[in-house]
Write a protein that binds this ligand. Structure first.
Ligand code: HAM
Length: 429
């Protein structure tokens, strides 16, 4: 017997019950970004592997363990994008969008792929909405990005459920000096480190700071802290950011252990976290990556951005019951027709109603059926009215209009008056 085909583990179907919430989230965000003057960019899902290896960094979990990489028929190594920043940088360079100091404020959305251990809020195909800004070096734009996300949480009714964590990673030189100091300290305690941290000591020591291991965390209590190694410019940048957040009334927690898992960051890093989703509580994360473009061979160009996890935000909206009821609004009317001729007339009538009544949600019965069965379908659809078109109504160019959600009487309405009648009903609803 053949095996039933299933989706790949960690790659989810988004079923019709959920898509309205996705669209609500995406459209709320898109109109907000529009209002702030950000423009959408659409990027390929596949890129050359080298882009991510160089951009995100060898030694990061994403590059070392999580990429979906394969050789195509031309024997080129390609990778399903694990995130959107590297691809955006590649695109702006390729099209000269940042040349001559041009400012770019861009956003994107779409699926990303990481071979992670699937669990609630962590998937192998997941979706991000991300923003990347180029050629603005100051803390004002870091603050604007945070303000924009803060406005989104409020628009979605999530303002009380997320908190902002903030840190500065300093310049790459300062980070280098700090890294040496951290490694020197941890090497003295090598045997007490968890296995993952022992490995990271060689590949990516800063990531040890956000180890979940209790023993490692205890050791870190006395470790040198990054804040003590910040260079003056980074310190001034960080102060500038905090002052702007204070001015806007955006509260934050400084988290000196926030380092992020991708190599390209320097200076500002931030995460919006919630305690309502269990272990996968980061709903949005980002920071500054001023060195990334030059790493790809471009002129030094400041960059800063963030990405949010759509699945996690949908989960949060559902958990907190913040999905607006109106998203699942039923049809205004369900048109039943009886007999071949009436069915034909019903389709034409439906099209003219759709022309005349903007926003009309009208279902037309498909597959014929008795009066009883069509009426049952009309009721089950949740529609507010059943419109009835049989031979008699056809002859008189009228329909029966039966309210399905209250006990008002059925009315007979002429075809010419039906659009106006439905428009009034929609307004009153
Ligand atoms: P990231 O922290 O790797 O950053 O991912 C950003 C967000 O995507 C996370 O905070 C989380 O909400 C979501 N996310 C990540 N992995 C998964 C997963 N396996 N399942 C579900 N959701 C996930 C970046 O990707 C950077 N490119 C962000 C950025 C843009 N920084 C500057 N510009």
């Amino acid at each position: 017997m053949s095996k039933t085909l299933q989706a790949i583990r960690g790659m989810n179907d988004i079923l019709p019950e959920q898509t309205p919430t996705w669209r609500y989230l995406e459209s709320t965000f898109a109109s907000l970004l529009d209002a702030y003057g950000y423009r959408e960019i659409r990027l390929p899902i596949l890129e050359f592997t080298e882009l991510f290896a160089r951009g995100i960094g060898e030694g990061t979990d994403v590059v070392d363990k999580e990429m979906y990489t394969f050789r195509d028929r031309n024997d080129e190594s390609l990778t399903l994008r694990p995130e959107g920043t590297a691809g955006t940088v590649r695109a702006v360079l390729e099209h000269g969008l940042t040349g001559g100091g041009q400012v770019q404020k861009l956003w994107y959305t779409g699926p990303m792929f990481r071979y992670e251990k699937p669990q609630k809020g962590r998937y192998r195909q997941f979706h991000q909405i991300g923003v990347e800004v180029f050629n603005l070096p100051g803390p004002d734009i870091d603050a604007e990005l945070i303000a924009l996300t803060w406005r989104l949480w409020k628009a979605l009714g999530l303002g009380d459920s997320v908190t902002l964590q903030l840190n500065s990673l300093g310049s790459s030189e300062a980070r280098g000096v700090y890294r040496d100091a951290l490694v020197a300290y941890l090497e003295k305690h090598f045997d007490a480190l968890d296995e993952d941290s022992q490995r990271r000591l060689k590949t990516n020591p800063l990531r040890i700071l956000d180890s979940k291991n209790a023993m490692t965390q205890a050791l870190l209590a006395d470790a040198p802290t990054l804040a003590d190694y910040l260079d003056d410019d980074s310190r001034a940048h960080f102060e500038g950011l905090k002052a702007r957040l204070d001015a806007m009334g955006i509260t934050y927690e400084i988290n000196p252990k926030l380092v992020r898992g991708l190599d390209y960051y320097g200076r500002t890093v931030f995460e919006w976290v919630t305690d309502k989703l269990g272990a996968q509580g980061t709903v949005c994360a980002g920071g500054r990556y001023d060195g990334l473009i030059s790493q790809f061979g471009g002129k030094p160009t400041p960059g800063v951005g963030f990405a949010m996890g759509v699945e996690r935000l949908v989960l949060l909206l559902e958990t907190l019951e913040r999905v607006p009821e109106a998203l699942n609004a039923p049809a205004h009317a369900y048109l039943c027709a009886f007999g071949e001729e009436a069915e034909r007339a019903a389709m034409a009538l439906a099209e003219s109603l759709r022309n005349e009544v903007p926003g009309l949600r009208l279902l037309v019965n498909s597959g014929s059926g008795s009066f009883k069965s069509q009426f049952k379908k009309a009721d089950k659809s949740g529609a507010v009215y059943a419109l009835i078109l049989g031979d008699d109504e056809l002859a008189q160019r009228v329909v029966g209009c039966k309210p399905l959600r209250d006990d008002r009487e059925q009315q007979t309405i002429g075809w010419d008056a039906l659009a106006a009648h439905l428009a009034t009903c929609i307004e009153q609803a």
